[in-house]
Design a binder for this molecule. Sequence first.
Ligand SMILES: [Fe+2]
Length: 465
Amino acid sequence: MLNLVHDSDCGAPFDCDTRVDDRMSSETRRDTPVVTGPGVIGNGAPLAVDRVASARHDVLMEFFEIMEQTPRKAASELIADILRKSREITRAEAGSIFIVRRDGIGRRLEAASVQNDVLPLELTDFAIPVDTDSIAGYVAATGETLIIDDLYAIPTGRLYSFNAGYDERTGYRSRSMMCFALKNYDGDVIGVVQLINRRGIACVEALPFTAEEKALILPVKRVLGSAIERALMHQHIVDANAALHNRNDELREQRKHIVALQSETEEAFMLAINMLARGAEIHDPDTANHIIRTNQYSYFIAGKLGMSGSFCDEISFSAQLHDVGKMSIDTSVLKKNGPLGPDERDEMNLHPVYGHQILADTDRLGMAADIALSHHEKWDGSGYPNGLKGEQIPMSARIVALADIYDALRAKRCYKPAFDHETARHIILNGDERLDPAGHFDPALFAIFAENHGELAAIWDRFGG
Ligand SMILES: [Fe+2]
């Protein structure tokens, strides 16, 4: 057992975790500068301590140079570079690095880099269980370093065995191997390095790995293990970030799609209630423009009153449904060309109730239902159908009541001519035989009309008056 070169990584004797199989072949002895004691190397010559230390230093520097670039490298690149450098230092013709992955409660080794100077190779996905059956699995399970001079002549009694399947498939001839665990600073095995077939300077046959290669490379195995672990974690974060970005992109696209669908749904909704409003007023001339203007007046008055944006938006489409209950009124009453009799008036005065019944079950049309029910209520309580008074009347209905009356005054009806703006303004502000402004309107709305009636006139002019 070679046990006199100390492993600076673990503080234990260098060979404390190393098993050497088939060590003393004659070829091995010829090629190998075997360490036989402190200060002695090879065939008894004084150990060139300075030379070994210098070589170790050089190896460290070369690995550090690779690791320095880690932040700019993908983990796979770093692993390939470490394997390449390990092979260069040990003169290994081929090699692999496996990474330990969690597999439920168990662990497996996944090939992260495979290199061979003789055979062109492509890294394929394969995994080896972390157990003592295979060489790499054994090293991962135990943390031991194995140096095997001839893979086809492993002494009996070993738990592990060599799988010759790769050689059989490719015609490659594996012979010698050095296999060691990569550990992190906590001492956990994070991977395994397999180096295969050490090449001599002038030898055709593969040579066994020696204490010299061990002495050069094993002291840095924890440094390498930790660097690879860091690179894998960094890669994991980079991959997770990329996945997150992709997911964000997907979500952004989905949001755009949802917004488009919402927009289409909103358009369909607006179209449906507009058709409903027009259907209710089909017997009145200028129906389409009347409902547009009523929406516009109401939106303007609500804004002047200082109502919230959502209130203004809601009233801008809800106002048009104020007379939707007329759909339930007998056509003979609706189309009567002359004053209504008492029963006909009673029937007509039910249209707010019918309108409320039509709209009340739809959450989105809650304001429209309020307007439909209460747009004929009056501030002094003399309106219908419920005789609500003052602030008992929903604000939306008070606004639409004013808007509806202004538009009715401007429009031609069977019982009256169309009035110009000045006439309509005068009637609303001063009253006539049919209208008592003080009893009819919310004083706040009355004041807004008195100050801004020109804007209502502009709406009338703009929308087909
Ligand atoms: Fe009405």
